[in-house]
Design a protein around this ligand. Structure first.
Ligand SMILES: [Zn+2]
Length: 345
């Protein structure tokens, strides 16, 4: 590698990732340059690789979940030390707009204005607002693989915080990918309700059981409707499939007075029709859940730093940066939950 240069993955177009040699950036005012140790390739990256993503310009640097150590500080950057291990998330709100003033930070129109892209690389410049609000020291006992999970965990915490847990006796987690399995692990910290799950692929169903979901239905072999009478409904359904059929199933399985959390995003413009009777006469509450606020990140950090979450099973392996395309193709085939990426291997 030429001095001053680094390797960085670019998403050129759907299905095409190139590993390019690019200059190591110099941190500008307020920015923090990281020497990355790990990035995480998960569901968002899989979707972006398959069909592009509204928040990921192409061609452009790719990857948004990261952990590393501080390599250099821009002027007036937060008080980190060079060499210090850190973890963070990829975005930060403006703190000044009307939505931020109402504490709806996650809906800030500028929340993605200066975001981290380029985590599949050896070095990364963390933008000033993110460095200021959402970059944190990382204790040495917390390995970089686990630290990359701060971002998905913050999204899951955001969903958890939206739900009203009063009177909830039965919960269903629909979709047992990485986020569904994080929900499964966090649920006992929020509620004493009975917890069930539904998903695909034996390994994930087994993890769901390990994390306390019972029963767990395999909807890969037969639809839930064939396994569970239509009258069986739940006070709270957490939808993590990111598919329209999943949204329908989640809504249909929500009991009168219950809540359905639509966590898995589906493409813009998708119509989602529901029976108005269920909304009005049965008071089914439909909650969208998007992104996270700095408050959610703080809670996610607490969960991560508790050391009590089982995170190893959520990372299906660690692969060199050069093998990122293969890792994404494996995810497309349902082979693995998410992969850690080592930029130095
Ligand atoms: Zn704002």
């Amino acid at each position: 590698m030429t001095p001053g240069m680094q390797r960085c993955a670019y998403l050129v177009e759907p299905e095409r990732v190139e590993i390019r040699e690019v200059p190591i950036p110099a941190p500008a005012e307020g920015q923090v340059l990281l020497r990355l140790e790990r990035a995480l390739a998960g569901g968002t990256d899989r979707k972006a690789f398959a069909r592009g993503h509204p928040q990921i310009p192409m061609p452009g640097p790719f990857g948004h979940r990261y952990a590393g150590t501080v390599a250099a500080l821009g002027s007036a950057a937060p008080a980190f030390e060079v060499g210090q291990p850190v973890m963070g998330v990829h975005s930060a709100p403006c703190l000044a707009c009307a939505l931020c003033r109402k504490e709806r930070w996650h809906l800030c129109p500028d929340v993605m204005k200066e975001k981290v892209l380029g985590a599949f690389a050896q070095y990364l410049c963390v933008p000033a607002p993110v460095a200021r609000q959402n970059l944190f020291p990382r204790p040495t006992w917390l390995g970089p693989d686990h630290a990359t999970l701060l971002e998905p965990l913050a999204c899951v915490v955001h969903g958890m915080e939206l739900l009203d847990w009063r009177g909830v006796e039965r919960v269903l987690v629909l979709g047992l990918g990485s986020c569904g399995l994080l929900f499964a692990q966090l649920l006992p910290r929020y509620t004493k309700a009975a917890r069930a799950g539904a998903g695909r692929r034996a390994a994930r169903l087994e993890l769901g059981r390990c994390f306390g979901l019972n029963p767990v239905w395999d909807v890969g072999s037969a639809a839930l409707a064939e396994q569970l009478p239509a009258a069986e409904r739940f006070d709270c359904v957490i939808e993590c499939t990111g598919r329209l059929e999943g949204w329908r199933e989640a809504f249909d399985r929500t009991a009168p007075g219950g809540q359905v959390l639509l966590f898995g995003g589906i493409p813009r413009g998708t119509a989602f029709a529901v029976d108005s009777y269920r909304l009005h006469y049965e008071e089914v509450r439909v909650l969208g859940s998007f992104h996270f606020s700095p408050r959610d990140v703080a809670k996610a950090r607490e969960h991560l730093l508790s050391g009590e979450l089982e995170l190893d099973p959520l990372i299906s392996g660690c692969v060199p940066l050069a093998q990122l395309p293969e890792a994404l193709r494996r995810l497309q085939k349902g082979d693995g939950i998410q992969y850690a990426i080592d930029p130095w291997a």
